[in-house]
Design a protein around this ligand. Structure first.
Ligand SMILES: [Zn+2]
Length: 423
């Protein structure tokens, strides 16, 4: 099936884009121009993000690794483990013209790929009021120029463009009083704006016969009783997102039947580009769909770690100089504040059902992905064993040794020396 080597890649991330915010999955969605432009794009129906927050999720997209492997366990882990290849660096090294633009570039601060992502409109003060002309000009390179481009839209994030509107309701209030449909109308309107205006204006500028395009959510949005936004628990509305893909020369790309994960894009993209990235993660190349390639019983993992909350990520903290961030969780060698209500959760899904467990309490839920209904779980051990297997068999376990600070390492080495283990 994989016949051509592609040298133009466009990745579009729509923040908080959940599975039902698309006309193909929701007849209420009115996006005729977007639908026409993307009519030959394939929709993955069982696609899940690796984390329910912007920083860890994008890090998984760009590295092909689960959060426990790349080190950004949650939104407020400041850095990745060191030495992990990311798509921007790989394509930059391969001589590609790189474009990375975001409506909220500072959210990627301190991550390895930060330097590749700049404001969508460099001359706009408020990004959602900016123009697309600069990025379009940047995308319009000579045909022979290899290109790797990432665009990140933030307008769909909490607030949904409602701030400043007198009397704008809180979506939580609407959901609490049983008016979830009304809450969804505001959220859907923000997504419609991105799809039907911004993406349409961008996509129609491109010669799509040359471009591999992937459009996805970095996580969804709850807008339900269990969760309104996204970062507090592993909810099906948050983890199940759309993936639309278009590959030049591949008609009717068929996604595999087992569930697929955000970490699958990395091997898919580097393989499509013909680049050897020395990748040993759990991600699967989606363009080798002979059924044997992906285990029919595959379970894909999502992780949430909110032990440091999100309070740290204020504008002023995000602007601090790099040297002050002394480890993944320390600034000036002092651990950042913990969040009293922080949790560590993991979930596994086969695409139809989701098992979620709290790592600290062992409490679990088992539910249907599409309808959200909770079900009795016959065999939690099955999922616990599968989770253990993923942790134990990771080829990136050695990176977790970086967890320890220089000081801790020194203490440990001192102890070992005292015990006679090292010279
Ligand atoms: Zn996000």
């Amino acid at each position: 099936m994989q016949t051509t080597v592609v040298n133009k890649f466009l990745l579009i991330s729509i923040d908080c884009w959940r599975y039902d915010a698309l006309s193909r999955t929701n007849p209420l969605f009115n996006t005729p121009k977007f639908d026409l432009l993307t009519q030959d794009f394939s929709l993955a129906e069982k696609f899940f993000v690796a984390a329910p927050a912007t920083r860890p999720s994008h890090t998984s997209y760009f590295t092909g690794l689960y959060p426990f492997e790349h080190g950004v366990y949650g939104q407020t882990y400041l850095k990745m483990f060191e030495g992990i290849p990311n798509l921007f660096q790989i394509f930059d090294d391969a001589g590609y013209h790189i474009t990375g633009r975001s409506e909220r570039p500072e959210v990627f601060r301190f991550l390895d790929f930060e330097k590749f992502i700049t404001p969508l409109d460099p001359s706009a003060h408020a990004q959602h009021l900016g123009s697309l002309e600069d990025v379009i000009q940047n995308l319009t390179q000579p045909s022979e120029t290899p290109q790797f481009c990432f665009l990140h839209f933030w307008y769909t994030h909490g607030g949904y463009g409602m701030s400043g509107i007198p009397g704008a309701p809180s979506l939580k209030t609407l959901v609490d009083r049983g008016s979830t449909d009304e809450a969804l109308r505001f959220y859907y309107a923000a997504v419609t704006h991105i799809l039907e205006f911004k993406l349409v204006e961008l996509l129609k500028q491109l010669r799509l016969s040359e471009w591999a395009v992937f459009i996805f959510g970095d996580h969804g949005e709850g807008i339900c009783e269990e969760i309104i936004a996204h970062g507090d628990t592993l909810n099906q509305n948050v983890l199940h997102v759309p993936l639309l893909a278009h590959i030049p020369g591949v008609m009717n790309l068929k996604f595999p039947n087992p569930p697929i994960s955000a970490i699958d894009l990395f091997p898919t993209i580097v393989n499509l580009a013909g680049i050897n990235a020395d990748y040993h993660g759990y991600g699967q190349n989606l363009l080798v769909p002979s059924e044997s390639e992906i285990d029919e019983n595959r379970l894909v993992l999502s992780e949430l770690d909110s032990l440091y909350g999100i309070g740290f990520l204020s504008r002023s903290n995000l602007e601090m100089p790099h040297h002050r961030v002394t480890s993944r969780t320390t600034v000036d060698n002092t651990e950042i504040s913990r969040y009293a209500e922080g949790v560590r959760l993991w979930s596994l899904t086969n695409g139809e059902h989701l098992y979620r467990e709290d790592e600290q309490t062992g409490e679990f839920v088992y539910r249907h992905v599409l309808c959200g209904e909770d079900l009795p779980c016959e065999d939690p051990e099955h999922f616990r064993n599968a989770y253990d297997d993923i942790l134990m068999n990771s080829n990136y376990q050695h990176l977790q040794a970086q967890e320890s600070t220089a000081e801790e390492t020194e203490i440990l080495e001192g102890r070992l020396r005292d015990l006679g283990y090292v010279e």
